[in-house]
Design a protein around this ligand. Structure first.
Ligand code: PLP
Length: 222
């Protein structure tokens, strides 16, 4: 029961990305695991989930060795132990307390956790993420966390109808990443910028995104 619409949507997004250096992450929150299977048949290999229980259930039912799982939602500290063995990247690390919990569990599980730090670039009180100044403190703190591999930064800017405002947030993110790499270069294992969703991913890519997280644009309304 191939869903042609799904294939068309994936092809459409892939053609608009048009850049091999950008990783397309299909965001499947609130969708069934079957849609992941179908998207896999159509070539998608990266999937992102925002809720831990859904993430664990779907990951179990989609047993494909070459799928890369991304955790992109707010992560509660008591769920860290379940998530870090499965998620290749945790995009949404938003507090030093969470960093400490990840480090502690990574030691126990004998692994290294690949994380991105979430930046609240639009200073939106309703969003998670570090302010500029908290980000610096977190970078300093990461020197004490040898089991955490810092892979870059992530953001969800506040919704706006003004594409130039969105672009400015993405530009700022790139500058913050460059500045962070300059001051704390040896912490970074990679320089990923996870930014851009269905409505703004092309702008994000123009401003340096290396990972885009697309839900609605591929899987339809939630
Ligand atoms: C839901 C979600 C997305 C996808 O948003 P769309 O607008 O549906 O593409 C991307 N990133 C995060 C963190 C999300 O929670």
């Amino acid at each position: 029961m191939a869903d042609l619409k799904l294939k068309q949507r994936i092809d459409n997004i892939v053609s608009r990305i048009d850049n091999d250096a950008v990783r397309l992450i299909g965001v499947t929150k609130k969708k069934d695991a079957t849609i992941i299977q179908e998207a896999y048949e159509f070539g998608l290999r990266d999937f992102g989930e925002s809720y831990v229980n859904e993430f664990l259930t779907k990951q179990k039912s989609v047993s494909k060795p070459d799928v890369t799982w991304h955790f992109i939602g707010h992560l509660q500290r008591n769920k860290v132990t379940d998530v870090i063995p499965i998620a290749k990247f945790i995009h949404s690390v938003d507090s030093i307390r969470l960093v400490d919990e990840i480090e502690k569990n990574a030691v126990l599980l004998r692994l290294h956790a690949n994380v991105l730090l979430e930046v609240n670039i639009s200073n939106d009180p309703n969003k998670h993420g570090f302010s500029d100044h908290e980000l610096t403190a977190c970078l300093e703190h990461l020197y004490q966390c040898p089991h955490i591999a810092l892979c870059g930064l992530m953001t969800i800017p506040k919704l706006t109808n003004d594409p130039s405002e969105t672009r400015n947030y993405f530009k700022k993110m790139r500058l913050i990443l460059e500045k962070s790499v300059q001051s704390h270069g040896n912490l970074f294992k990679a320089h990923e910028l996870s930014m851009g969703m269905s409505d703004d991913f092309e702008i994000a890519i123009e401003e340096g995104a290396t990972m885009v997280r697309i839900g609605t644009g591929i899987f339809g309304e939630r």
